[in-house]
Design a protein around this ligand. Structure first.
Ligand SMILES: [Fe+2]
Length: 253
């Protein structure tokens, strides 16, 4: 087995602030781009690093994650990879995945995380401890439920909360400071959260990404991941609620 290196590429800067990611398998040099929202910033990075792209990985079908698929494939010849269940909506898909995907010698587990869209997946590189969560888990927040129910979203977040705390989380957007307002509104005396927001603010002021986060940090700071903690449910006044009920309560507050 091998590990991947990760480069963060900001796309649609100043509007949707999507993140694409360049992954390179350390042993074989095989490379992939996760969620190419647009092509120009990605090609710039590929050229600067002299990388011939092998794959394009999509977490879900939304245009701000797949708009670069076809053009990037034309330029590089990369194969497009997406969830078999959502193949009809992934532009140009060549490889339909179900359980795992091999980038050279780095294995990504495919974790189904519905709630935002039907067929949304995360790519989890277990050896490297990196997960690409698309629009389901953001730092300090979660995605909108366009095609899913709160129950499905909560179930997906619970799946992610069971990964090791040290796993780095790479979401689909730079939304941390936006999500921070609500997190602080419901959980303002959480010192872990206060410290995390302060660090994120400093990074943003320097023009740096606030991510990656980690599963451990999200479990301590993200209210939508904190619902699995009985103490947190107690703190927000829903001691007798299930985690799903607490999650729905947060959505409605
Ligand atoms: Fe999306």
């Amino acid at each position: 087995m091998s590990k991947v290196s990760v480069d963060i590429i900001l796309c649609r800067a100043g509007s949707m602030n999507n993140y694409a990611y360049l992954l390179v398998d350390e042993k074989t040099g095989k490379s992939a781009i996760v969620d190419p929202s647009e092509v120009t910033p990605i090609v710039k990075v590929l050229e600067a690093k002299g990388i011939e792209l092998d794959y394009i990985l999509n977490t879900h079908h939304h245009y701000d994650h797949t708009d670069g698929n076809i053009e990037l494939q034309k330029i590089t010849g990369a194969k497009i990879v997406g969830n078999k269940k959502d193949a009809a909506r992934i532009p140009g898909i060549n490889i339909e995945v179900e359980d795992e995907f091999l980038l050279g010698e780095s294995k990504a587990k495919i974790i189904e995380i519905e709630g935002h869209t039907k067929g949304h997946i995360a790519f989890y590189f277990e050896e490297s401890k990196d997960i690409f969560t698309g629009d389901v888990l953001f730092s300090l927040g979660c995605g909108g439920m366009f095609e899913g129910t709160p129950e499905e979203m909560c179930e997906s977040l619970e799946k992610l909360s069971q990964l090791p705390d040290s796993v780095r989380v790479y979401p689909g957007h730079e939304y941390t400071m936006h999500c921070a307002s609500f997190a602080l509104y419901v959980d303002r005396d959480n010192q872990n959260l206060v410290n995390y927001v302060m660090e994120a603010k400093e990074k943003q002021q320097k023009g740096l990404p606030t991510i990656p986060s980690t599963i451990g940090k999200e479990k301590k700071c993200n209210p939508y991941m904190r619902v699995f903690d009985k103490e947190f449910r107690n703190k927000i006044g829903v001691a007798n609620a299930t985690s799903v009920e607490a999650f729905i309560g947060l959505l409605n507050s």
